[in-house]
Write a protein that binds this ligand. Structure first.
Ligand code: ATP
Length: 329
């Protein structure tokens, strides 16, 4: 089934939606903390689509990616980077910019530094920064007033000291939109999405990326992306140079195991990400939850939510209202 929640509505062009454009920020804006819209949510929850829809309606928006695998160059299908054609001309930053081989691991501290420079630049140009991505350690690192790279780099792994470590004192004025989906619906969508990714050429992409020497080293940078370790195991047994291998049932089984592992690991990632978002909320972050369950249910039953108006009514309109109010404040 072709799932299309990721695709902004085909008829949506910048400024098509019938709302008034948001007012340009006045001079007093610059005397206060910079404003940032932050779209949060588990992998696959429609954050990219929402960001493009919002950027279409608030046309001076620029998107800063906060998915720690999507910052790296390469593996566009495997890491689910929004394709250029679906970006509708909206500027994207930190999306596929970092080369693992030259840069190494891109840490939360690196993200804080690079994204803060981008926010300052976007704001100076009187545009609106929208931070979008599922890596909450990046979002946390960027936004908290005081960040200690040593104690904060894995802030979500330190169970007992959670309250002490997650500060609600932020260095920007933030408008948080949390796109949430009932987990059974999301997990079914994620499993179907893996099949779509396979149809779109994920295995070829991973085969070209496969490096038996690198695969023996522990995962680093983009090599940690879900899909790489799972298919490295497969390619170690059945190297891409061997070709398709005819009807070998053992090869077929190893392939199915790799696909199952990707599906399971993606659902686990989503569950962990939701847990982290809930912890941020408990720590006092003012996250506005938007329930996208119905739109996703529609995608599962009919392959698309476009045309039904459910996405617009249940996700886009409430988000637009929240962002408009935020920009007026
Ligand atoms: P964080 O904990 O920093 O908020 P996260 O929730 O994005 O980040 P992790 O829980 O650290 O991710 O990641 C779990 C696994 O999922 C890791 O192997 C990670 O590389 C992988 N992963 C995360 N995002 C993606 C993605 N967009 N594509 C593929 N794999 C991903």
């Amino acid at each position: 089934m072709r799932l299309s929640i990721l695709q902004p509505h085909p008829h949506t062009h910048r400024c098509r939606y019938p709302i008034k454009q948001w007012p340009r920020m006045d001079a007093s804006f610059h005397r206060r903390k910079d404003k940032v819209v932050v779209i949060m949510g588990a992998t696959g929850s429609g954050k990219s689509r929402l960001s493009i829809d919002l950027a279409t309606l608030f046309p001076t928006s620029e998107i800063i990616n906060s998915d720690k695998m999507q910052v790296y160059r390469g593996l566009d299908i495997t890491t689910n980077k929004i394709p250029t054609a679906q970006r509708h001309g909206v500027p994207h930053h930190l999306l596929g910019d970092v080369d693992t081989d030259h840069y190494g691991e891109f840490s939360p501290a690196d993200f804080r530094h690079r994204a803060a420079d981008l926010i300052a630049d976007i704001t100076r140009r009187k545009n609106l920064p929208i931070v979008v991505g599922g890596s909450n350690s990046f979002v946390h690192a960027l936004l908290v007033q005081n960040f200690d790279p040593h104690s904060h780099s894995n802030v979500f792994q330190q169970q007992q000291q959670e309250e002490a470590l997650i500060s609600s004192e932020l260095r920007y004025r933030c408008c948080f939109l949390w796109v949430d989906i009932a987990f059974p619906v999301l997990s079914q969508y994620l499993r179907d999405r893996v099949d779509d990714m396979l149809d779109s050429g994920m295995v070829d992409e991973l085969a070209q990326f496969f490096d038996p020497d690198a695969a023996r080293r522990t995962g680093f940078g983009i090599r940690k992306a879900i899909g790489v370790p799972e298919f490295d195991r497969f390619f170690n047994k059945y190297p891409p140079s061997m070709g398709q291998g005819g009807d070998d049932p053992l090869r077929e089984r190893a392939y199915e195991e790799a696909v199952k592992a990707i599906k399971d690991n993606t659902c686990e990632l989503a569950e962990r990400q939701i847990g982290k978002i809930e912890r941020l909320k408990r720590a006092g972050w003012d996250l506005r939850r938007i329930d996208a369950t119905e739109a996703f249910r529609m995608v599962l039953t009919s392959g698309s939510s476009n045309g039904s108006g459910v996405w617009e009514r249940q996700v886009l309109e409430p988000s637009v209202k929240i962002v408009k109010r935020f920009l007026m404040e």
